[in-house]
Write a protein that binds this ligand. Structure first.
Ligand code: SAH
Length: 368
């Protein structure tokens, strides 16, 4: 795409209206164009048949709609599908389609890589390559919805792919506004869930938005020293500060904050941890989502036994906390939580071996 062209994927309705007006076109065409792009998955101006030939020619010359390219698709035995996407600058990101759980869910990335370095997460190992733009965030939804024929259906969107959404605040919120716009995919705010490691200034900023997704907070520990070890950014924003930010968060009627808690064998999975968690969350409209660790080579933790997970869940339930255990989806294709990683220039020993042996090193062979 030429750099002088305006990228419609990066624009909200009002911005596209202004860009059209500045070129002597009528503002209302913005709605028509966005409907083509988001509702019908059409990005070729020539195919936008309700626009005049003159307008289409102007759009061809001055505008473009950049869209991530699907590099690979991997389908898990459970129906989960992982998309490896290539961005305009050649960087890769991953996005995941999770069918009926019970609703269809698209799990999307907000950054290429992640700066948070949580001790059990593979994406953290990559470090942060860069923030995604709003268009790259929404592009993942457009690409998956088109490829999977979901454009006319209802689905949920979780910001639980690569990256920390509140570390890329502006682009993330802009992306959500674009997807929620009636001219875009018209997705209702309650169908979005933003998952954060708990960046307190970001949480406070989110609290002031007029438009808000559901909130999930990755807590993972009940003592400061445990959290410091697992979630390094927790040294900056302590458990107490995160919980205080949650307490003052203006929840909509009937909604609750989800607290995510990765269970690591022998680290944070004891009944004492569960009781401490109950005390921490007292008085907050909360639900707890337990995520038994998705193990991976290079991650120095184990997944607790199912009995241990049940015991932890039972303590929470006995204290009237709503608790769910996240079923791991797509583990066989490394699409499960914390398993999204895209290789950097450095090849892993496994990849080098695969290359030497002349095997295609597909995603199943990617480093972990
Ligand atoms: N940065 C956001 C989104 C990250 S991914 C956040 O921290 O919330 C969504 C969830 O997957 C987070 O709760 C994250 O801690 C969890 N996760 C990361 N690695 C995992 C792993 N190996 N096993 C299970 N869950 C993991």
């Amino acid at each position: 795409m030429s750099t002088t062209r305006v990228d419609i994927a990066e624009l909200e309705l009002s911005e596209l209206e202004e860009a059209l007006e500045a070129r002597g076109s009528r503002r209302f065409h913005a709605r028509q164009i966005l409907r083509w792009v988001y509702r019908r998955g059409i990005t070729e101006f020539a195919a936008m048949t309700d626009l005049s030939k003159g307008l289409r020619a102007m759009l061809e010359a001055d505008f473009a709609v950049s869209t991530p390219r699907v590099e690979e698709r991997d389908r898990s035995s459970d129906g989960t599908e992982k998309f490896l996407l290539t961005l305009a600058d050649g960087r890769h990101i991953e996005s995941v389609f999770i069918p009926e759980t019970p609703s269809t869910t698209l799990c999307i990335s907000t950054q290429a890589g992640c700066a948070m370095k949580c001790a059990f997460c593979l994406t953290g190992r990559m470090g942060l390559a860069r923030n995604l733009t709003a268009g790259e965030i929404t592009g993942q939804v457009r690409v998956m919805a088109s490829a999977l024929h979901l454009l006319d259906t209802r689905f949920n969107i979780v910001l639980m792919g690569m990256g920390e959404p509140l570390h890329n605040y502006d682009a993330t919120m802009k992306a959500l506004r674009i997807l929620a716009d009636p001219c875009g995919l018209a997705i209702s705010p309650r169908r979005f869930t933003l998952s954060t490691v708990g960046l307190v200034p970001g949480l406070d900023r989110l609290a002031r938005e007029s438009w808000m997704p559901n909130l999930a907070v990755s807590l993972h520990a009940t003592t400061q020293s445990d959290r410091d070890a697992l979630v390094p950014v927790g040294r900056k924003y302590t458990i107490e500060e995160v919980i205080a930010a949650c307490r003052r968060f203006p929840l909509k009627r009937r909604s609750r904050i989800t607290f995510e808690y990765v269970l690591l064998e022998g680290v944070n999975d004891s009944p004492d941890d569960a009781r401490r968690l109950v005390r921490l969350l007292a008085g907050i409209r909360a639900k707890v989502n337990l995520i038994p660790l998705n193990e991976a080579a290079g991650i120095p933790f184990r997944r607790p036994s199912d009995e241990r997970v049940d015991e932890f869940a039972r303590v929470l339930a006995d204290h009237h906390l709503t608790v769910s255990v996240r079923k791991s989806r797509g583990r066989d294709i490394r699409a499960a939580c914390g398993q999204l990683i895209v290789e950097g220039p450095q090849k892993s020993p496994a990849q080098k071996l695969a290359a030497l042996m002349g095997r295609a090193d597909g995603p199943a062979e990617r480093p972990s």
